[in-house]
Design a protein around this ligand. Structure first.
Ligand SMILES: [Fe+2]
Length: 274
């Protein structure tokens, strides 16, 4: 099975809001076209938050329109799309417009949009890490208990976890101060205890980062729109940089496990046989 992943399109972010040449709608359209042309076709597309920049319903509608027009429907071979919100999103308008892609669990902690879906042999658990009106994320006791329950339901079965705030410390000072400030160690304990978490996929950092937690790989993708400059100084500042967008293409089989590929959205021309 192939799983595609994209993150942080920030629809609604306009010129003048940051000093970068950003075109978020065009960037998301290009990323979706890229996903639609992947062969073999991915069966699942994960979207890990910050779909919009300010949570406007019209921006979610733009995303719904792009998903409908740029991806084949699942019945026509398109991917099952699953998404979680990020700190720039607002729960009510996102769920109102994008509910088909957010199968929120009946027992999700109150006010959260945690989800648990299955596709083939894989469980997909989407964690809502958002603290309303705050840039940082959390896995509080209620969310951890929910996750523990759902990992128990999937005991012995392979699981992919996806979430907006990555459970790692990157060394990018400002982003770490806006990172997953609560529940990282506990998440690692749950992942280790389950033993079958194949991958934790995240966004938020606007950079490509790899780590591990509880024995599972953690992969963080760049935004499909705009990146943050790599700055690991203790007093490093946030700066936008128009580095290339990438889509994650994750190959998983029961026999081989997980292999994470990263595919540039930009065309570099036709492959040259060697
Ligand atoms: Fe973001």
């Amino acid at each position: 099975m192939l799983i595609a992943h994209l993150t942080d399109p920030h629809i609604g972010l306009g010129p003048g809001q940051i000093e970068c040449d950003i075109k978020p709608v065009l960037a998301l359209r290009r990323a979706l076209v890229h996903v639609a042309h992947l062969r073999p076709a991915p069966e699942v597309l994960l979207v890990s938050g910050d779909l919009t920049d300010s949570g406007h319903e019209a921006d979610y509608q733009t995303i719904a329109d792009l998903l409908r027009t740029q991806l084949p429907a699942p019945a026509q071979g398109g991917p099952q799309v699953l998404m979680v919100l990020g700190n720039h999103d607002l729960r009510a308008p996102m769920l109102h417009t994008l509910a088909p892609y957010m199968p929120v669990a009946d027992d999700a902690p109150e006010g959260t949009m945690c989800l648990h879906a299955t596709h083939g042999d894989l469980h997909f658990i989407g964690l809502d890490t958002v603290v309303p009106a705050a840039p940082h994320g959390t896995l509080d006791a209620a969310r951890l208990q929910w996750l523990e329950r759902h990992l128990a339901q999937a005991a012995g079965q392979p699981v992919v976890i996806f979430m907006h705030h990555p459970p790692l410390v990157s060394g990018m000072a400002v982003m770490d101060s806006h990172g997953l400030l609560q529940g990282r160690a506990e998440l690692g304990q749950l992942v280790a205890a389950h033993g079958q978490v194949q991958l934790i996929a995240a966004g938020h950092m606007h950079r490509a980062i790899t780590g591990q937690l509880g024995g599972a790989p953690v992969t963080v993708l760049p935004s499909v729109s705009h990146q943050l400059a790599l700055d690991l100084a203790a007093d490093g500042l946030l700066a936008c940089r128009m580095e290339p967008a990438m889509v994650g293409v994750y190959r998983w089989t029961p026999e081989d496990g997980m292999a994470c590929h990263y595919s540039y959205v930009k065309s570099f021309g036709a492959p040259v046989p060697i």
